[in-house]
Design a protein around this ligand. Structure first.
Ligand SMILES: C[S@@+](CC[C@H](N)C(=O)[O-])C[C@H]1O[C@@H](n2cnc3c(N)ncnc32)[C@H](O)[C@@H]1O
Length: 319
C-alpha cells in the first residue's frame, strides 16, 4: 500500500496520541518537560504563542498547564497534517489548525510574542520557513526550538528501526505470507482446517514462511518486536483462520501499510535531524534576519545521552 508523505502523519494523529513518542505517555517528561515549564513560567500578561508542527498539541498543553496564573492569551498550534481540532486549555485559549505549512503562515506580521516548536520546525526547515517565522514574530519576541539532533539516541534508534523496515527480508516475509494465504485458500470449516494441516505442500509453504520470519527476527529482534509482526501473524492464524482469502489479504495489507506509514515518519525524522554544521547555518540565518541567539545547547537525558538541540533566539529588529 503506497501512502503519500503527509498522509503518514494524518494517520498517526488520527489515532489520538498526544506526543510523537506514541500513546504510552500522556505528555513529555524529563528534560523536555523542563524546557517547556521554564518557557511557560516566563509568560507575563497577555501572550500570543505559535507552535509549529504541533501534532495533537503536546506543547500547547504543556505551556498552558505550566503558564503563570496571571498570564492570558492564546496558543495556536499549526501543522501541515490533519490534527485534532479541539483541545481545551485552562489558562490560555488553545486552538490547533491543520494543513498549515511553516513556509506559508496565515498570520499578520509582528503578531506573536513567542514562536515555539518541538521536533516540528526542522521538518519544514528552509530559508522561506525562517523568513516566515521571523515575519510573524513581534519585535522582542522569542523563538524557542527543540530540534532533532543527529547524535541523539532518538535518531539512532529510529535509524536502526528504519533500516529494519526497509530491509528486503521484510518484503520477503510479506510476499511469502501472501503466497501462503493464497495457497491455503478459504478454510470455511474445522474439517477444511484439519485437511490443510495434513496437506504436505501447504505444510512446506508454512515452514518456508516461518523460516523467513525467523530470519527477520534474527536481523534485529528489537525492531521486530516494536513492529508487532508476531502478534499480527498470530492473530491472522488464530482469529482470522476462517476468513476468506480476500479478508486475509486485506488484513496483511493493512498491517504492512501501517508499517509503511511508520517507515515514512521515521525517514522524515532521520532526514530532519540536524548536525552541528546545519545548526550553525540556521543560527547564521537567524542572526541575518535580526535575531540575537540567547541559547544554543545540546539537551541531554539525566544519564548523559543526547536528546535534542535547544535554541532560543530574541528578535530585536522589526520585520
Ligand atoms: C515529530 S512530529 C512533532 C509533533 C509535536 N510537536 C510533538 O513534539 O509531539 C512532527 C510534526 O511536524 C509536522 N510537519 C512536518 N513538516 C511540516 C511543515 N512543513 N509545516 C508544518 N508542520 C510540519 C508533521 O506533520 C508532524 O505532525
Amino acid at each position: 500500500m503506497v501512502q503519500n508523505e503527509q498522509n503518514c502523519w494524518d494517520q498517526y494523529w488520527e489515532q489520538g496520541a498526544i506526543t510523537s513518542f506514541g500513546s504510552a505517555i500522556d505528555n513529555y517528561q524529563g528534560a523536555l518537560l523542563n524546557i517547556w515549564q521554564a518557557v511557560a513560567n516566563s509568560f507575563v500578561g497577555e501572550v500570543n504563542v505559535l507552535d509549529i508542527g504541533t501534532g495533537n498539541g503536546a506543547i500547547p498543553l504543556l505551556l498552558d498547564k505550566y503558564s503563570a496564573k496571571s498570564a492570558t492569551g492564546a496558543i495556536i498550534g499549526v501543522d501541515k497534517a490533519n490534527v485534532k481540532d479541539c483541545i481545551v486549555g485552562n489558562t490560555l485559549d488553545i486552538s490547533l489548525r491543520s494543513g498549515i505549512d511553516v513556509a506559508a503562515l496565515p498570520y499578520d506580521k509582528e503578531h506573536f510574542h513567542y514562536v515555539v516548536s518541538q521536533f516540528g520546525f526542522e521538518y519544514g526547515l528552509s530559508p522561506l520557513a525562517i523568513d516566515e517565522v521571523l515575519r510573524v514574530m513581534k519585535t522582542n519576541a522569542k523563538l524557542v526550538l527543540v530540534m532533532h539532533n543527529k547524535d541523539s539516541f532518538i535518531v539512532q534508534q529510529n535509524s536502526q528501526e528504519l533500516k529494519f523496515l526497509t530491509s528486503p527480508q521484510l518484503e520477503r516475509v510479506t510476499q511469502e505470507l501472501k503466497h501462503f494465504v493464497e495457497q491455503m485458500g478459504y478454510l470455511a470449516s474445522a474439517e477444511a482446517i484439519r485437511q490443510a494441516q495434513r496437506d504436505e505442500r501447504l505444510e512446506g509453504l508454512r515452514k518456508a514462511f516461518f523460516a523467513e520470519l525467523k530470519m527477520l527476527w534474527e536481523l534485529d529482534n528489537e525492531s521486530y518486536k516494536n513492529a508487532g509482526i508476531s502478534n499480527a501473524v498470530d492473530y491472522l492464524f488464530k482469529t482470522g483462520i476462517s476468513w476468506t482469502v480476500a479478508q486475509k489479504l486485506d488484513f496483511i495489507d493493512q498491517v504492512f501499510g501501517e508499517l509503511n506509514a511508520h517507515k515514512q515518519r521515521l525517514a522524515q525524522l532521520v532526514n530532519a535531524a540536524l548536525d552541528e554544521q546545519e545548526v550553525l547555518a540556521l543560527l547564521e540565518q537567524l542572526c541575518l534576519g535580526g535575531c540575537n541567539i540567547e541559547l544554543i545547547k545540546v539537551v541531554k537525558e539525566s544519564d548523559g545521552r543526547v536528546l535534542a538541540w535547544q535554541l532560543v533566539a530574541l528578535k530585536y529588529a522589526a520585520s
